[in-house]
Design a protein around this ligand. Sequence first.
Ligand code: CP3
Length: 345
Amino acid sequence: MSAATRFLRACRRQPTDRTPVWIMRQAGRYLPEYRTLRARHGFLELCKTPELAARVTLMPIERFPVDAAILFADILLVLEPMGVGLEFAAGDGPIIRRPVRTRADVDALARVPAAEGLGYVLETVRLARERLADRVPLIGFAGAPFTLASYVIEGGGSRQYRHTKTLMYTDPAAWHGLMERLSETVVEYLQAQVAAGAQALQVFDSWVGCLGPDDYRAYVLPHMRATFAALAASGVPVIHFGTGTAALLELVREAGGDVIGLDWHVDLADAWRRLGYDVAVQGNLDPVALFAPVEEIRRRVGRILERAGGRPGHVFNLGHGVLPETPLAHVGALIDAVHELSARD
Ligand code: CP3
């Protein structure tokens, strides 16, 4: 079996010769070749130049035997055509110039088809697919409605999500209106990525772990169900990723997705039992474990594989994105350890 099929088979819970592995944020700053390119171009400029974005998508594939490529783009790009004023300021992270805080702000959001507002991402998908030449599958992605809403409402990253929760609790109609708009936008965008050649999709709900179960059920679950129900028709496996979701796993499962992302706060075997074995799982090494000595990394990889118990349907990954300072040799050691320790042929 080749690396070309391992990842997609595992997403569908079919047996594989080895456990497939890829790394969230593998197309990014821990790579010196990315930093070299980035020194000459702004981040948005890179995203908006398909030739360069396709090149970054393939960078980790040229360097490591990972089992999937992820499109080089960003979850926040989808917000720009809505008219909120997206910027990536050096050192400050993303900024939304015109945050959405009221029902009127929600109603003022522009509706632009992905083919028009995000045509450059779709072109990157086409170029990357062509250049991958079926060596490994290409994962497309988008942010989940809650995580996107948090950026749009806060105006950038946040620690307490005060404005987000305030809108939720004081004007639920405006909140649900915003979540519906984001869900529709994300579904249309992801369907366009599949039409352009994406072979799997990941929905990033990176910050949903800030909610308790009752709030998740009331304010997020209906929109996630709608999102995953619409994506089920796309014909490609869909990964549902979140962090801090230990207390939400049953609800995350209820929301949907063929593969559920697990961060490192949960034991993989316990989490899989809670989710049910009729869904695949992805994870769950602590990204900071990559700063440990190689022998310790191998030991931890072995432990996670042991917790997966050789059951079909495990995609190895970190529990969250790889950190920019991560030693490259340790990333290579991780990939090799997963393949060697899980070899079933
Ligand atoms: O995974 C990949 O390698 C593909 C590309 C990708 C990027 N961002 C490139 C990027 C993906 C899948 C993302 C997703 C993303 N973006 C998420 C969800 C994943 C997660 O980590 O939870 C979030 C929350 C964002 C929003 C975002 N984009 C932030 C907060 C920042 C600044 C801080 C940071 O982490 O870098 C970005 C910028 C960004 N996105 C960079 C890259 C390579 C760095 C930009 C640079 O080169 O300066």
